[in-house]
Structures are given as C-alpha cells and as structure tokens.
Write a protein that binds this ligand. Sequence first.
Ligand SMILES: N[C@@H](CCC(=O)N[C@@H](CS)C(=O)NCC(=O)O)C(=O)O
Length: 245
Amino acid sequence: MIDLYYSWYSICSEKVLIALFEKGLDFEGHHIDLFDFAQVEPEYQAVSPNGTVPVLIDNGRRVLECTVINEYLEDAYPEPRLTPADPVARADMRYWVQMFQDKVFPAAGVLSQVHFIAAELKRRWTQEELEDRIRRKIGKARIARQLRAVREGFSADDLAVAEEQIVSVLDGVEEALSDGRDWLAGDFSLADAAAAPNVYRFTIIDRNDLLTARPRVLAWSKRLLERPSVVRCYDYAPSVREDAA
Ligand SMILES: N[C@@H](CCC(=O)N[C@@H](CS)C(=O)NCC(=O)O)C(=O)O
C-alpha cells in the first residue's frame, strides 16, 4: 500500500503525483494543507522530518524528497519505464530533473508568493499568527527565509534572480528541443514529470509569456499539459481553488 502526503499548490507533490499516475499505481493521498500550516503540527512533523511535502510511504517504508521518491517509484515499479535506456539520455534526464528542481522550482515559488500565496496567507492569518506558525517550522534557514518574506516581501533583485533562473533553464530547453525531440530525454520521462508542475504553475500565475516566447518550449508545454497523467494530477490536486483565489 502506498501512502502519499501531499498538498495542493505544491510543485514537489505534483511531480510525484504525475509519476504515480504515469505508472498507474494505487495510492492513498493525505492532503496536508500548507495554507493552514498543517505541516507544522507535531503529528505531521513525525511523518516528515523536514515538515515538508511530499512524503511517500510504501508498505511502511518512508521515502523523502520528490526527486528521490520518483526514482524510488521507478526502481520499485519499473513498468511503464520513465527512464530512458541509453546512458546519454539518462544523463540528460537527470540533468533536467536537477535544473527544474534546483533552479526553476525555487524561482517559481518566489513568483507564486508574489502572485497569490502571500495575499492568501495574509487573508487567513494575522501577521502575528503567521510569524508564530513559521517559527514552528523545521530548519533555521527555512524559518529565516520565510519570516523575511512575510515581513518584507521580495525585492526587485529577488524577482530578477528568480526570473533569470527560469529563463536560463527554459532557454536551455528550447535549445535541447531543437533536434526535433518531443520530450526532454527520449520518451516522456521523469524529467518531463519534474518539469510539468513548473510549466503548469506559469500558466496559473499569468506567466504564459515564459512559454510563448519560445516556440519549441510552447509546443512541448502543450504536450505536457495534455498528458493524461498531468491532467489527472490537476483533477486530483487542483491548483486553483475558490477559497484561495
Ligand atoms: N527538497 C524537498 C522540498 C519540499 C518542499 O519544499 N515542499 C514544499 C511544497 S512544494 C513544502 O512542503 N513547503 C512547506 C513549508 O515550507 O513549510 C523535496 O524535493 O521534496
């Protein structure tokens, strides 16, 4: 039995959901509402040592970190394959997983904060409540970063850095796709599963321009967003909800 602790509005959770749906695996989802700070409750911190989502538990064995979870799923449930056989294509796949996780995901988080997350948090909580909940998170760096964000917001420099991170990766994708490939590394792979939630996020934070500025990225993003596993992911974990508009 697979249990997945996940959240709406969580790129890392969506990445795992897409892999689960690609593989047609049955799982039980446990929604951890990040806007309600469910992640700071002791019972969830007992599940997740970092107080983050996603966490996957497979027959009692816990797997942490979305990239590691997807690799675990690939190892434990190899069919259908989401990793190319060719070593160079495998290296490509890992490269793109890393680019989207290390560069695009944090930058998309900054743009999302500015677009809707900060306002939604402030709608639900007073400043004092927000700071109290953030102090209950795990990890001094996370706490310091998030306290700064709710106190000061993001500077023009922060936004420029986020923009540059995204643009550099999407420019790389545009170039990689110039050989006519449909997906980042051979067939649809863990790289595309890692990229899709970021691409989807651009569409809901009114940053379609990041996609439309690059014709091959645009065509690839359409393929991604039409992919049945991606459609199922957003039926399962909708990123736009009436109570959080
Ligand atoms: N390195 C972790 C990052 C997980 C992460 O940051 N998840 C976010 C949602 S996408 C989260 O749980 N944030 C809660 C918080 O910051 O309190 C992974 O790859 O799984």
